[in-house]
Design a protein around this ligand. Structure first.
Ligand code: HEM
Length: 411
């Protein structure tokens, strides 16, 4: 065993056993961040903070929520909303955070795409980020089932029905298509088995996976470091040496703590003003009015649509006939994962300084907004045609990306 001296303070005692000074140095005081970045680089921290808010508010809701088809609706809409002190506040925080987290995820993702932060050694940051996006989507969907309102029930029905499209071969030949849907639901229609398993996924399994993936995402950032506004590559050892010698002006880096963290905390403060404004004055945007009616398997709502953050991918499914629609939907789910491999240019630079990619980027943003708007409208007449065109454009954008980026010159 190592030799231990008598410690003169708690810090020294801990340091001898856990090397906390070294950990602090590696994780914070000498974790170097480029100077040349803007407020968009605080979105990662905003996301981590919002996930913490979701966890804490979720724990409070869990104290009164009942995962039972007969009592779930009342436990949310009466017990938590009117009987428990401040239950409404925790529910509004949870509901608003679940919606806003997607807004921030999209900003964070598109910042990464705009600045080319998925390339050359940063692929693992991108892939772990995309896994986080998928698991967050599953987390949001499973949470949406829990109040057991009309939209919970019917969205659960529509989404699980999608698995009918899997042929026996895709499902490994083990079960036929209707069998797969029933296996997922645990019944012929969404019922108690369905609610119980989505409850388990929402409060246990998926949050654990998210925590693991956030760990992987942070670890993946360590070696390549975060990108910067010009995509500039520089010698971190050299820059850190200058900073430590006191030449902070000449150095291209700042330490994570306290310099960068103070900037992160400022952005977080502005975000929290916006966040709590929504919680207190506009929480309804995060709650579908149809979901204030209890689930009824005999009464289909006139118009079933998902939450705003899933509308773009829903609209890639909807305008096509069933099988091509499922293939297009599957494509939309993997398209962003493939970005580091579809982009054939080595140039790490903001999109506006890249050849054809600058048009590609902005067309993609506009197209996703059009898909989102169309996804909310009823699939009739002109809306259906616009939705179809936007879905085809989305697929064409990703198919053409290798060609768009192949002979790119930096502007
Ligand atoms: C809750 C989920 C997430 C958390 C907590 C998170 C956290 C972070 C943090 C703290 C950073 C470093 C600072 C910054 O650039 O903001 C970062 C960077 C990054 N994240 Fe995420 N992230 C999440 C989801 C995602 C998603 C969905 C993607 C998209 C695929 C993504 C892609 C990236 C990329 C590419 C970078 C590197 C940025 C650069 O090098 O400039 N992240 N993330």
């Amino acid at each position: 065993m190592a030799h231990f001296e008598k410690a003169s303070s708690i810090t020294e005692w801990l340091d001898q056993r856990l090397a906390i000074t070294t950990v602090k140095k590696v994780m914070a005081l000498e974790y170097w961040i480029p100077k040349n970045i803007n407020f968009l680089w605080a979105m990662g921290m905003v996301l981590a903070f919002t996930f913490a808010l979701l966890t804490i508010s979720g724990i409070f809701l869990l104290m009164y929520y009942q995962p039972n088809v007969d009592t779930a609706f009342d436990s949310v809409n009466y017990t938590i909303m009117s009987e428990v002190g401040f239950g409404w506040l925790w529910r509004h925080i949870h509901g608003v955070a679940a919606s806003v987290v997607f807004l921030i995820i999209y900003i964070h993702m598109f910042t990464g795409i705009y600045y080319g932060s998925y390339k050359k050694g940063r692929e693992m940051i991108w892939l772990s980020g995309m896994l986080l996006f998928v698991v967050f989507s599953a987390e949001a969907f499973s949470g949406y089932m829990l109040p057991w309102g009309q939209m919970s029930y019917w969205a659960g029905m529509v989404i699980t029905n999608l698995f009918e499209g899997f042929s026996p071969d895709i499902a490994g030949g083990i079960m036929n298509a209707p069998g797969l849907v029933e296996w997922i639901r645990g019944d012929y229609v969404p019922g108690q088995a369905f609610l119980s398993r989505f409850f388990m996924l929402h409060v246990l399994l998926l949050p654990l996976v998210i925590i693991g993936l956030i760990g992987l995402h942070f670890a993946a950032l360590r070696i390549p470091h975060v990108n910067n506004q010009d995509g500039e590559e520089f010698d971190y050892h050299e820059a850190a040496k200058l900073y430590k010698e006191g030449k902070t002006k000449e150095s291209k880096v700042i330490p994570f703590q306290p310099v960068f963290l103070s900037k992160d905390v400022f952005v977080l403060g502005v975000y929290l003003i916006f966040f709590f404004y929504l919680v207190f004055y506009h929480f309804n945007f995060a709650m579908d009015p149809v979901n204030f009616d209890p689930a009824d398997g005999l009464k289909t709502p006139a118009h079933i649509y998902p939450e705003w953050y899933f509308l773009w991918s829903y609209e890639i499914l909807r305008p096509f006939p069933k099988d091509p629609g499922l293939i297009a939907f599957g494509f939309a789910q993997v398209a962003f994962f493939l970005l580091p491999f579809l982009d054939k240019s080595d140039t790490v630079a903001p999109a506006n300084r890249r050849g054809l990619f600058k048009y590609w980027f902005w067309i993609m943003i506009v197209d996703m907004i059009v898909l989102t708007v169309m996804g909310k409208l009823p699939p009739q007449g002109i809306w259906n045609h616009i939705g179809l065109v936007a879905a085809v454009v989305f697929i064409a954008l990703f198919v053409s990306l290798p060609w768009v980026t192949k002979n790119e010159n930096r502007a």
